[in-house]
Write a protein of this length. Structure first.
Length: 158
């Protein structure tokens, strides 16, 4: 049976991991910690590694992964910019990622961020946390209906 070490696990991930592992006859071990030099030895004895990594992986970690026989890191997100792909390749490790992400979620996030900018949301939130409820011109908001909005698509996402 294939054994996979799954790291950077959030509580809401567990039900999906359990279902996937049962469906695919995979043994697994979970940890909430990201992969680091301090815990890389936990990967020894596993056939695969699944991460949701947000921290860079050092050369020492890649070297240990190779010595453990790890040939691939499955990143559980579309983004993989935290990985040094040349370094991974040097140690014959493939980094794979989620091939697509919810276009609706990305589009909604983009709209939310646009509204936050137009409405000076961050500045207002900062003032509120400081119990500063004074009005000042710098937080005067605009209405999106009064603005020209351009939507530029760069692919299928969003």
């Amino acid at each position: 049976m294939t054994k996979i070490k799954i790291m950077s696990v959030r509580d809401e991930d567990i039900v999906y991991i359990e279902s996937w592992a049962k469906e695919n006859n995979v043994e697994y071990e979970l940890t909430k910690s990201p992969l680091t030099e301090d815990n890389v030895d936990e990967v020894k004895g596993f056939d695969g590694l699944s991460l949701s990594q947000q921290l860079p992986i050092s050369e020492a970690v890649f070297a240990k992964l190779k010595s453990f026989g790890i040939k691939q890191i499955a990143q559980r997100s579309a983004g993989f910019d935290t990985y040094d792909l040349e370094l991974a390749s040097k140690y014959d490790i493939i980094v794979s990622n989620v091939p697509s992400y919810s276009p609706s979620s990305i589009a909604e996030f983009a709209v939310t961020q646009a509204i936050n900018v137009v409405r000076h949301f961050n500045a207002i939130q900062t003032k509120m946390k400081l119990h500063d409820f004074r009005w000042e011109p710098s937080i005067l908001s605009q209405s999106i209906s009064d603005l020209k909005v351009a939507v530029i698509g760069t692919g299928r996402i969003g």
